[in-house]
Design a protein around this ligand. Structure first.
Ligand SMILES: NC(=O)C1=CN([C@@H]2O[C@H](COP(=O)(O)OP(=O)(O)OC[C@H]3O[C@@H](n4cnc5c(N)ncnc54)[C@H](O)[C@@H]3O)[C@@H](O)[C@H]2O)C=CC1
Ligand SMILES: O=C(O)[C@H]1O[C@H](OP(=O)(O)OP(=O)(O)OC[C@H]2O[C@@H](n3ccc(=O)[nH]c3=O)[C@H](O)[C@@H]2O)[C@H](O)[C@@H](O)[C@@H]1O
Length: 438
């Protein structure tokens, strides 16, 4: 059992802290955000993530987990994990101001030997920069080792991923740090891949960039499918059965969003550029994703002519299901454009409503059920494949809409089923289904 502090209680920090407590470590989760700490102390999670509140309660009750603002005591530990944000700067590079701030605070606070582990996604060289910052500001005579331990969890299945990951990557430069990190992670029972620090830092960006590449690749195949009359779902399934390709991350849609793929692809382009290398594939991946965000609008404009005065229902607002995260969600660009062109928008999302209200245009109305959203709508846009939307009976569109027109950005429904109803149905990389009575 190790005494651990996790700095930053966002998606990654909170999940890391909770899971480390669950496998038996003594964990203090630290944040500078008083509101978050108060909420966590009251047993509530500031983020929506399946199973997290149960695990928080269980581990707080067992004494393995506590939450704290930034205090001296909180840093009296063997290991400090850095899990603060590394958002995108205007030039595409990663903003390291929060990481730098934490490094300085660690230097001022630590009183005993520690290993400082970076979980945040950071450019190559950042771990060594952190060590330099700490050493420059260190107040006590203690030994500080560093380790890179990039995180691969997905939002919406973060707890599951933490216990079922394919690998744990550890970048170290000495045996002491390696042994401590191996000991900490052993109970997860996940293969550990040990490497040098710079390689570990790059693995994280390379992995996200590769997954983003798969998505942009299948989105381009989808565009070709539409032109040649093929079905992207079958193409993707047929490709994915080759184990060298793999079936995951080949779902065509309206592009990737979220807090990481957009920022990490741009950050890697910046890293490559700084190193004097033009990363051509990745530049295209990013451009394709930008274009993909507008394909539904294009289809809708061709079908509806104008959006002016039209009642349009948006189903799903978060960047993907099972999260309330709105960062880089397709709903942002799509709703902005619809509002700009005079549409009246009524929106449904089972979880992200409050988060959406803070970001989307104030004229958008929110409702708590799909039926209410689509009632008398001129058209429906499906933007997130929440299970409530995927399992929503298709007959309801026929019953409740003036003339059912659906623009499905997530291929939620089977074409065969749709074709049995009087619905105009446009999806991604599949043939359009026109209502049977037209
Ligand atoms: N969100 C995700 O699914 C994943 C994120 N990552 C990476 O993990 C890092 C963190 O991402 P998120 O958890 O999404 O960020 P987040 O924005 O949800 O959380 C960051 C937290 O750090 C806190 N913080 C900022 N400065 C602080 C300081 N000086 N001391 C203590 N707390 C401080 C903030 O108040 C906030 O609660 C990023 O580098 C991200 O790229 C990696 C894998 C998955
Ligand atoms: O670095 C990170 O933050 C994380 O980024 C992603 O996780 P996440 O952003 O939570 O979500 P994903 O499930 O990867 O989806 C990202 C976006 O791609 C889209 N996507 C995903 C898969 C697919 O086949 N098609 C597709 O369009 C989703 O709709 C979503 O908008 C990675 O999957 C994680 O491994 C990584 O740790």
């Amino acid at each position: 059992m190790k005494k651990i502090a996790v700095v930053g209680t966002g998606y990654v920090g909170l999940v890391t802290g909770v899971c480390l407590a669950e496998i038996g470590h003594d964990v203090t989760c630290i944040d500078v955000d008083q509101e978050k700490i108060d909420l966590l102390k009251s047993g509530k999670s500031p983020i929506y993530e399946p199973d997290i509140e149960e695990l928080i309660s269980k581990n707080v009750a067992s004494g393995n987990l506590r939450f704290s603002l930034e205090t001296q005591d909180a840093y009296e530990v063997d290991v400090i994990y850095i899990a603060v944000g590394t958002p995108q700067k205007k030039d595409g590079s990663a903003d390291l101001q929060f990481v730098e701030e934490v490094a300085k605070r660690i230097a001022h606070r630590v009183k005993n030997d520690v290993v400082v582990v970076t979980k945040s996604t950071v450019p190559v060289g950042t771990n060594h920069f952190i060590l330099k910052m700490i050493q420059e500001h260190l107040q006590a005579e203690v030994r500080v080792d560093i380790a890179s331990n990039p995180e691969f969890l997905r939002e919406g299945s973060a707890i599951y991923d933490s216990f079922n990951g394919d690998r744990i990557v550890i970048g170290v430069e000495n045996d002491r740090a390696a042994l401590i990190l191996e000991e900490i992670n052993k109970p997860f029972n996940i293969p550990i891949f040990k490497t040098d620090i710079r390689s570990a830092e790059l693995i994280k960006y390379a992995a996200n960039a590769f997954l983003a590449t798969k998505i942009s690749f299948i989105n381009e195949i989808a565009s070709i499918c539409e032109k040649v009359g093929a079905n992207v779902e079958d193409v993707s399934m047929g490709m994915g059965k080759d184990q060298r390709i793999g079936s995951q991350f080949l779902n065509a849609g309206i592009g990737y969003g979220g807090s990481c793929f957009p920022k990490d692809t741009n950050a890697l382009l910046h890293i490559a550029n700084e190193a004097g290398y033009q990363f051509q594939i990745l530049s295209s991946v990013v451009k394709i994703n930008e274009t993909q965000k507008s394909v539904l609008i294009k289809k809708a404009k061709e079908r509806l002519g104008t959006f002016h005065g039209k009642k349009i229902a948006l189903l799903g607002l978060s960047f993907k299901p099972n999260t309330d995260d709105m960062r880089e969600a397709a709903s942002i660009d799509i709703s902005n454009q619809l509002v700009e062109e005079g549409a009246n928008i009524i929106a449904f999302d089972p979880v992200a409503k409050n988060a959406a209200k803070k970001i989307l245009h104030p004229t958008i109305q929110y409702v708590d059920c799909i039926k209410e959203a689509i009632q008398d709508a001129d058209a429906v846009f499906i933007l997130t494949e929440w299970k409530e939307i995927v399992h929503f009976p298709i007959t309801n569109y026929v019953k409740l809409m003036k003339h059912p027109i659906i623009f499905d950005g997530r291929n939620c429904y089977h074409l065969e089923e749709i074709s049995q109803h009087s619905i105009d149905y446009y999806s991604i990389g599949r043939t359009t289904s026109k209502g049977i009575d037209r």
